[in-house]
Ligand binder design. Structure first.
Ligand code: UD1
Ligand code: UDP
Length: 357
């Protein structure tokens, strides 16, 4: 069975890396295809080097564009690549345009499609990720759900493929890389002793000038050292709406370029708490070697397990609510449950299932 591992953005590279290592040690034959949705070294190339995985066999150079351009271009290029490589099974991970393109191109060619991180739902239709993950789930033969809850969601939608509960490969990545991060993380800025870690890049947040202003006003009131590794989309959008200088000028704010994974692991480990609209970071904060409180700067989350286990609180994008929640965080008495996203063996379980086919 010839497998194509399809990836294209920062979180897909990180979350696919434990699976690629596992495939490398198996008898299964695979190719890695990068659509090129992310192309800057700091959100793509650096992760192959830091995670010590080989560079992709094919790089499709799709790049940025509108939703349809990016998804359509990726589909066309992926179809060609699958033909050339004699692909029989396509593996995608998550909810990006690359993921939807990989699943649709594969299923339309009659290939098997496996969706890793299946069954997540935010029920927020403003998010391209929400329809990407729904359409991908319904175009897949194999659904690797991270939790029992995500499996139940899939069953409730009468999904046609086979569902397996495996945990999330991002926990494998945290466990495999923390020790390396402790030895090798290398910051080109000074790390304050105590700080809040901040990220925001979701289109429905950073493309909206009103939300940008709400965030800036909120950060202005936090008055605590904050580190914000800024995603290229967010930087561009804050600049376009004339808000970048004001963001940079917030008291305590250290705006830094996107960080490598080893550096980001250390930032998560060392911070006091996290404020983010990222999906993956909500999961990583529950890893046994991270365990951090996350204030989710969004109206909804497709990761309710982290909320139920006591790690995350969804605080929306309005200043009053965010500050109220942040100020009432009682670190001394904070004691979340164990990790809801598995024990670090998700990629092993996925490869075992593939080996049996
Ligand atoms: C994408 C995913 C999002 C994921 C995020 C991970 C979709 C719909 N969105 O969002 O789910 O959370 O990746 O980080 O698939 N850009 C650069 N350099 C790059 C890549 C992008 O400067 O290497 C800039 C471009 O101006 C581009 C913008 O970022 O237009 C957005 O990039 P895009 O890949 O469309 O979406 P992301 O916001 O990165
Ligand atoms: N990450 C990183 N450097 C950064 C910010 C994030 O390596 O500066 C990692 C983080 O550890 C997580 C992933 O990128 O594994 C999350 O990616 P992102 O927030 O861009 O996407 P999402 O998970 O929201 O799709």
């Amino acid at each position: 069975m010839k497998i194509a591992v399809v990836l294209g953005t920062r979180p897909e590279i990180i979350k696919m890396s434990p699976l690629i290592r596992q495939l490398e040690n198996s008898e299964l034959e695979y190719d890695m295809i990068h659509t090129g949705q992310h192309y800057d070294e700091e959100v793509s190339g650096i992760f192959f080097d830091q995670l010590e995985i080989s560079r992709p066999d094919k790089y499709l150079g799709v790049g940025s564009g509108s939703q349809a351009e990016q998804t359509g271009e990726a589909m066309i290029e992926l179809e060609r690549a699958f033909q050339k490589l004699d692909t029989e099974l396509v593996l995608v991970e998550g909810d990006t345009n690359t993921v939807l393109a990989g699943a649709l191109a594969g299923i339309k060619m009659g290939l098997e499609v496996g969706h890793i991180e299946a069954g997540l739902r935010s029920y927020d239709y403003r998010m391209p990720e929400e329809y990407n993950r729904r359409l991908t789930d319904h175009s897949s033969n194999l659904l690797f759900a991270p939790t029992e809850k995500s499996k139940e969601i899939l069953k409730g939608e009468d999904i046609w493929g086979d569902v397996f509960v495996t945990g999330n490969t991002v926990i494998d990545a945290c466990i495999q890389n923390m020790e390396i991060a402790e030895q090798k993380a290398d910051f080109d800025f000074e790390l304050p002793e105590k700080f809040v870690l901040l990220t925001a890049h979701r289109a429905e947040n950073v493309d909206d000038p009103k939300v940008q202003e709400n965030f800036i006003e909120t950060f202005e009131e936090i008055r605590y050292p904050m580190i914000y590794p800024i995603h290229p989309r967010a930087e561009e959008q804050f600049k376009e709406h004339g808000n970048l200088k004001r963001l940079e000028g917030v008291e305590g704010m250290k705006l830094v370029p996107p960080q490598g994974y080893l550096e980001f692991l250390m930032l998560m480990k060392r911070c006091e708490f996290i404020m983010t609209d990222s999906g993956g970071i909500q999961e990583e904060a529950t890893a046994p070697n991270i365990r951090k409180k996350v204030f989710v700067l969004r109206r909804s989350t497709e990761r309710p397990e982290a909320v139920e286990a006591g790690y995350s609180t969804v605080v929306g994008t309005e200043k009053e609510k965010i500050l109220e929640e942040v100020k009432s965080f009682d670190e001394e008495n904070w004691d979340p449950e164990g990790c809801p996203y598995g024990d670090g063996n998700a990629s092993k379980k996925i490869v075992e299932i593939l080996e049996k086919r």
